[in-house]
Design a protein around this ligand. Sequence first.
Ligand SMILES: Nc1ncnc2c1ncn2[C@@H]1O[C@H](COP(=O)(O)OP(=O)(O)O)[C@@H](O)[C@H]1O
Ligand SMILES: [Mg+2]
Length: 254
Amino acid sequence: MVLVSVSSSKGGSGKSTTSINLGVALAQLGKDVTVIDANLSTPNLSMYLGAPNLPITLQHVLQGQAHIHEATYQHASGAKIIPASISMRNFDDINLYDLRNHLPHIKSEFIILDGAAGIDAEAQAPIQMSDQVLVVASPELPSVADALKTVRIAQHHAKHIRGIVLTRTGHHADLKIKNVETILEHPVIGIIPEDSHIKDALVKREPVVHVFPNAPSAIAYRKLATYFAGHPEFFATEEIPKAYKVMKWLIGLR
Ligand SMILES: Nc1ncnc2c1ncn2[C@@H]1O[C@H](COP(=O)(O)OP(=O)(O)O)[C@@H](O)[C@H]1O
Ligand SMILES: [Mg+2]
């Protein structure tokens, strides 16, 4: 079983889009996969999938009101989804860390935790619960600097960083992939282009890999899934150039 958190301290970097599309692309490959909305403060998996008012959600499970199987919904692709409630109801008594007690009931080959932005306890919980971390960033310095925080948090918790997923690529001013790998000290294992089909899919409340399988982003997510399903090995990276060492020192992440 592979338990992976999709994480990045930057909001809007593509964590949820990546969690859903990687999950559905793995399901399309015939894998048993469960995607969990591990973002209780700003959940959006259910909205991305067009089912905002589900009767039983992750919060019910964490409150002891439902079994995790009752909060599991199946997408047409076969991927299983455990959504979080979007209600503003007071969920103060809920502790995301309790999810750890429910995870053993999930028998999927792949469990994907869609994490929250930031570096607080909510953002760190999925990383702590997982075996591997997929770090999401877009190819610009602020996003990569934020992703470096995620890398450091994952390392602090002694988690295996599976690789970097670069999202919204294709702009002429993008950081070079090699430079992103150098800064983040891990390989880029997915390159997802900026693609208007992602928004078109959002309007249809479906993952892009499901409704627009030939879209550039869908092809890229399938490639990531194929890699993810087949190549568990870790690639070491090379020596870090001085300019990036200075940048890391400046933001205290040396
Ligand atoms: N490759 C992409 N091309 C175009 N838009 C994208 C792409 N990836 C994500 N988006 C858009 O960016 C926004 C934020 O994505 P989301 O996955 O919700 O980020 P996060 O979960 O990290 O906050 C969404 O509106 C989404 O549709
Ligand atoms: Mg999200």
